[in-house]
Ligand binder design. Structure first.
Ligand SMILES: *[C@@H]1O[C@H](CO)[C@@H](O)[C@H](O)[C@H]1NC(C)=O
Ligand SMILES: *[C@@H]1O[C@H](CO)[C@@H](O)[C@H](O)[C@H]1NC(C)=O
Ligand SMILES: *[C@@H]1O[C@H](CO)[C@@H](O)[C@H](O)[C@H]1NC(C)=O
Ligand SMILES: *[C@@H]1O[C@H](CO)[C@@H](O)[C@H](O)[C@H]1NC(C)=O
Length: 436
């Protein structure tokens, strides 16, 4: 029943409002302490087979010193209708926080690249990939309609703390939307898996040539790429939006902050213990990988399962409040283990078996989530975690992902004392998703 809205009583008035308005603005609703707003991203246009991979800067976002409680999103058309994945495949959306110099007057909000300059500094999450890679606060893919994101009380993601914003800067938000219109596609799954041959891709969006052994992935379905259509297929271009719903509470001492960690199964870590302070680690998250069809070297257990695994230490531990994995079509499930082998969280995809938005046959339409009783699942400081991501290896899959997103509270409510440390830190700017 993952697809049924949890707080139905709460969301019905929002739905009524949504149907009653087609305006592009937002509205804020308050019930008890929880506030909620629905926003639309800037408009993007897609014709059959086409791709957008855009970065929109300065998007609408709740203001003030607050704790975010949930973040949901979906693709809609101009009339507000939900668009099914077999028409517009939502490869991913990623929402990130950054600091912008107050000297910047005009913010370009439709850049197909992430801005790399001293006027825009990404404020990444707590880790653990290199540079800005996977530094987002929120983000999901095709599973977005059916995946729980709420953070239980008294926890929340703290944002908008003026003490964390450097002098001369302000806090802003950006969204990266990667969507593929597969109407009329000769091979819909191939287009969503960014198979290079379907896109005639030989160079990436920066004109660098793509290795011949790279069969598919983000390099081949960049912004403005075009996937192969059935002969003679014609379809209209249409205007779409990412509609996102944010819930939050005003910040106060009763809210316990959680840190965001994203672990990537492709992370290969160079460990060097020559540092007397302990482990000095050098992460290398590649974000995507290829599942070869039933290759002997990855076979484990169940016949054709493709198993990918990585082990990485988490410098600062804490109590796991929420966990969810991200996989693509073909994914069977993903589990995060502690150093002693205990399960920290297991997250399993659900596939649709119909036609309508939220139940599209063959697509991952939701991921199960973990809500351990606060205090019951603890990660120790410096503990090495093992992430396992399993795909069905019956067919080859390109450009798949194996990410795990966890929210960790360093203190439980009764231990919690307000302290205003600077939790944000600055990293050199690089592409947020794929390091260049
Ligand atoms: C940026 O996006 C906003 C909507 O979020 C829109 O009103 C505005 O016109 C856009 N600006 C540019 C320069 O495209
Ligand atoms: C790819 O290239 C082939 C041969 O040049 C051409 O027939 C085909 O239409 C191209 N496909 C796309 C999607 O541009
Ligand atoms: C999905 O669609 C199928 C076929 O119409 C239907 O049997 C099933 O109940 C639907 N599932 C959900 C979750 O709505
Ligand atoms: C793997 O995929 C094949 C078809 O592609 C399917 O028949 C099989 O049931 C799948 N196995 C699992 C464990 O999902």
């Amino acid at each position: 029943m993952w697809f049924v809205c949890r707080d139905l009583v709460f969301s019905v008035p929002i739905l009524v409002l949504l149907f009653a308005t087609t305006c592009l603005g937002s509205f804020v609703k308050t019930e008890n302490k929880i506030k909620s707003a629905v926003f639309l991203s800037p408009k993007f246009e897609l014709g059959p087979g086409s791709v957008v991979n855009r970065y929109y800067y300065g998007i609408d976002f709740p203001k003030g010193h607050i704790a975010v409680k949930s973040f949901n999103a979906e693709v809609v058309d101009e009339a507000g209708n939900s668009i099914p994945l077999h028409e517009t495949y939502l490869h991913h959306w990623v929402v990130a926080r950054y600091h912008q110099s107050k000297h910047v007057r005009h913010t370009e909000n439709d850049s197909h690249r992430m801005l790399h300059n001293s006027n825009h500094v990404l404020v990444r999450n707590s880790g653990i990939c290199q540079g800005n890679v996977l530094g987002q606060y929120f983000g999901l893919g095709s599973e977005t309609r059916g995946t729980e994101t709420h953070i239980p009380d008294p926890f929340g993601i703290e944002i908008g703390n003026p003490e964390e914003v450097p002098e001369g800067f302000e806090e802003k938000w950006l969204v990266n939307i990667h969507a593929i219109d597969t109407r009329g596609a000769e091979d819909k799954l191939g287009c969503t898996e960014c198979k290079c041959e379907l896109y005639n891709a030989t160079v990436d969006e920066y004109g660098r040539s793509i290795r011949p052994d790279y069969k598919g992935g983000l390099l081949c379905c960049s912004d403005y790429a075009q996937c192969k259509l059935k002969d003679g297929f014609e379809g209209a271009k249409r205007s779409l939006y990412l509609r996102y719903t944010v819930k939050w509470v005003d910040w106060d001492d009763s809210v316990v902050p959680v840190k965001i960690y994203i672990i990537d199964v492709t992370d290969t870590l160079k460990l060097s213990d020559d540092n007397s302070k302990g482990i000095n680690s050098d992460h290398n998250c590649k974000v995507e990988y290829r599942v070869e069809s039933c290759s002997m070297d990855h076979m484990e257990g169940n016949g054709c399962d493709h198993v990918m695994k990585t082990s990485v230490p988490l410098q600062n531990g804490g109590y796991v409040i929420y966990g969810v994995a991200h996989q693509h079509s073909g994914g069977i499930g993903s589990t995060l283990y502690g150093q002693d082998g205990r399960v920290i969280c297991s997250s399993i995809p659900s596939y649709g078996n119909g036609n309508e938005a939220g139940n599209e046959s063959g697509y991952i339409v939701g991921m199960s989530t973990c809500y351990p009783k606060p205090g019951s699942v603890k990660i120790l400081d410096g503990e090495t975690l093992t992430l396992v991501s399993i795909y069905n290896g019956t067919k080859e899959h390109t450009g798949v992902m194996g990410l795990f997103y966890i929210l960790v509270a360093e203190q439980l409510p009764y231990q919690h004392l307000r302290h205003s440390t600077r939790s944000s830190f600055f990293m050199d700017t690089n592409n947020m998703l794929l390091d260049s």
